[in-house]
Write a protein that binds this ligand. Sequence first.
Ligand code: MLT
Length: 387
Amino acid sequence: MSIKVNCLNPIAACGLDMLDDNYEITENIPEAEAILVRSAVMHDMELSDNLLAVARAGAGVNNIPLEKCADKGIVVFNTPGANANGVKELVVASLLLAARDITGGIQWCKDNRDNADISKDAEKAKKAYAGTEIKGKKLGIIGLGAIGVLVANAANRLGMDVYGCDPYLSVEHALNMSRDVTMVKTNEELYEMCDYLTVHVPLLDSTKGMFNKAAFDKMKDGVVILNFSRDTLVNEGDMKAALDSGKVGKYVVDFPNPTTVNMPNTIVTPHLGASTQESEDNCAKMAVHQIRDFLENGNIKNSVNYPNCDAGICSAARRITITHKNVPNMLSRFTSLVSKDSINIENMVSKSRGDYAYTILDTSDSTDEIVEELKKIDSVIRVRVIK
Ligand code: MLT
């Protein structure tokens, strides 16, 4: 019987092509074992008992109820880094759009399309669209994940003086970052010295509204702020006041809403950061690859609500995977139950993350009875027999 996958949003064909004959795309959401999603909001969706995995073809996961999924043993994946270059390129373009009145100049040419003297008049008109250069200006980057690091390196190569802040900077991202980037310990240090600030952090309770009056008050007058992460990282009432007073010189935001599109000195794009063929392809392929590895081998890579847990391809006779609560004595209960009929555990990987944990057991044999007993253990959420 084929494995049913639902696409809540259109997903790039090269990703869907990676689903072989064992898979079937279904429109019937309750029968889906996996959901592929881009920006569809899943918070009010009924999560059926068939659903094992959700993969977001993108980085942000604020459209997915992570806790509710974890509680039902549904593993949620994202695709970190897969669209980072697309976002980085738009951030670089936006630094230039903010520094020079390129959009105003283009509009002037359009408005003068019937003017026979446009060449001559342009030489007079152009002073209204003059700008500044980004070379030598201080750029502060909040969040040095896959996107932040690419932005840091690109801005550094464009001659900007780049500063970064990220208390969770990974070794991998640190190794990929130019040594010319100066790390600071707090966002406040960036606020005080930078001409440009760009934010690349996820939307969490702790980051929501982080750009507010208190933060603006610490920034340089006329600072340019770029937001390609999520609109609600910014307190828009405070941002409007800061733009009105000139405290913030320009706001470039990739999230149109009735407030942002009506703000002064604001350049708004329609969530175009990752809208490139390459990013969409990369995200789709990574999402499908991760879903397949999870459904077929039980391995978890790039989950945002369960720990990463990889036991490779199973060479033992049986593989059982268990999503469970991260509480004491789970492993001893699993192992004593599985081994009571002299069944050998050939390989075991168990990882935890916050309140949840995941265990992969490769065994010489198993019985339906053992699987049913495992399901009955308190704090076990879901048991799957992979083979
Ligand atoms: C992301 O979260 O990866 C970006 O905002 C792009 C997208 O949502 O498609």
